[in-house]
Structures are given as structure tokens and as C-alpha cells.
Design a protein around this ligand. Structure first.
Ligand SMILES: [Mg+2]
Length: 223
């Protein structure tokens, strides 16, 4: 059990690996390239990249400004961006799989990456074999985000045949946790620099990095 629950669902990006500032910058550039080269956005690449960064800051979504102001379809950007995502530049944690294997709960992943990118990321992190039939993408539920509605969290639970009340959901993005909580889950936020969302009522627990969460569970502090 983890916090008295028998199911644990992790977010993937920036939860099961840490995004360096350098990698964040590469991802913004990648999204700009997808917009300009793949989707034909008539804009200078540098300007597009700046807008991606700005959009992420305002909306927690690098594409939002382009959906609202430039007629870009979320689905098109979702696919083009994930095709280009440079997963080989992610630096995996050491021995994460050994810790995950010891966690006393049924474990799953729910990611806002598409299936193509998430498979590549899981293989790169050495987590693919363990999570092979236990990872799902938003696209499996016909959506592109998991911070808009609690329905997708309920649908996820239906798919794995568990009750949301029996689930601990772990994510670095607090905008996702709001809806996981609304669905009835216990929520854990992973933060890096400082715990910037500690005032949010829908966050039950917060840990600095996934390793400190896993260590706490393994030490039974959280069991
Ligand atoms: Mg994330």
C-alpha cells in the first residue's frame, strides 16, 4: 500500500525523469520546428520559439497561443511535436526501476505524450518492460491533455478496473492534479526547485523529485 491505497499512477514527462533547463529549451525549439516545418506556420523560427515559451508560461501549454491565434489544430501539433521529441537527450535517473519494482502497489503510467513518444521515452529510461501493458496516453482516451476535465481520470480507472478512491496519482504538473483530485484520487506533486503549489488544496502530498517520493514509500514513511 502507498498512503493506504493499492494503485499508483505516475505521470511520465518530468515526473519519472527530470527536465533540465537545457532540455526545456530544446523542447521549446522542437515545438517551434514542428509548427514551422511540419505545420506550415508562416513565422520565423526564433519568434515561434519565443511564443512557445511564453505560451507555456501563461497556459502551461506551449501550443495554446497557436491554437487561439494562428489556427493550429491541437491534434496536428500533438502528433508533429511528439514525432520530433528528442528523447535521447533525456538523462535517466540511476536505478529508478529497482526502486519502482519494490513499491508495494499496482503501478501504471498516464502520460500526455503520445504512444509513439512514450514508448521511446520508457525504453530510454529502462522502464518499458515493467510498464509494457501498464502505460496509457491521453490519445487512448481521445483527448490531448489531462488538465481540462476529470472525466479522463475516471475513464483511466474504468480501463484498469479500479476505483479512483484506491489510487494515488503522482504528477509534476499541478494543473493535472486538480482533476485527478476531482475524480477522487489521492494526489502527490513532484516539484524541483521549491514547492510552489503548497497552497493548493487539491494536492495531498509533495516531494522534491520522484526519488524522494519512492524512498519515502520504501521506508514506509508513506505507507
Ligand atoms: Mg509531467
Amino acid at each position: 500500500m502507498v498512503f493506504g491505497k493499492n494503485v499508483l499512477i505516475y505521470d511520465l514527462d518530468e515526473t519519472l525523469y527530470k527536465k533540465s533547463e537545457e532540455f526545456a529549451d530544446i523542447l521549446d525549439k522542437t515545438m517551434a520546428e514542428a509548427l514551422v516545418y511540419d505545420l506550415g506556420l508562416d513565422m520565423d523560427l526564433q519568434k515561434a520559439k519565443k511564443l512557445v515559451t511564453e505560451s507555456y508560461k501563461i497556459y502551461r501549454d506551449g501550443g495554446e497561443i497557436f491554437y487561439q491565434q494562428y489556427g493550429i489544430e491541437p491534434r496536428d501539433l500533438f502528433i508533429a511535436y511528439h514525432r520530433r521529441k528528442p528523447v535521447e537527450k533525456i538523462v535517466p535517473y540511476d536505478n529508478l526501476i529497482e526502486k519502482i519494482k519494490k513499491i508495494p502497489a499496482e503501478q501504471y503510467i498516464f502520460t500526455a505524450s503520445d504512444r509513439y513518444a512514450s514508448e521511446k521515452i520508457l525504453k530510454h529510461l529502462g522502464l518499458y518492460e515493467f510498464f509494457k501493458n501498464r502505460y496509457f496516453s491521453v490519445e487512448d482516451f481521445g483527448v490531448f491533455k489531462k488538465n481540462e476535465d476529470s472525466q479522463v481520470y475516471k475513464d483511466f480507472c474504468k480501463k484498469i478496473k479500479v476505483n479512483p478512491q484506491d489510487v494515488v496519482f503522482v504528477d509534476d504538473s499541478y494543473s493535472n492534479l486538480e482533476y485527478a483530485k476531482e475524480a477522487g484520487m489521492t494526489t502527490v506533486r513532484i516539484y524541483y526547485k521549491n514547492n510552489s503549489a503548497k497552497d493548493k488544496k487539491y494536492i495531498d502530498y509533495a516531494f522534491k523529485g520522484i526519488e524522494s517520493f519512492l524512498n519515502a514509500v520504501l521506508k514506509s514513511e508513506a505507507a
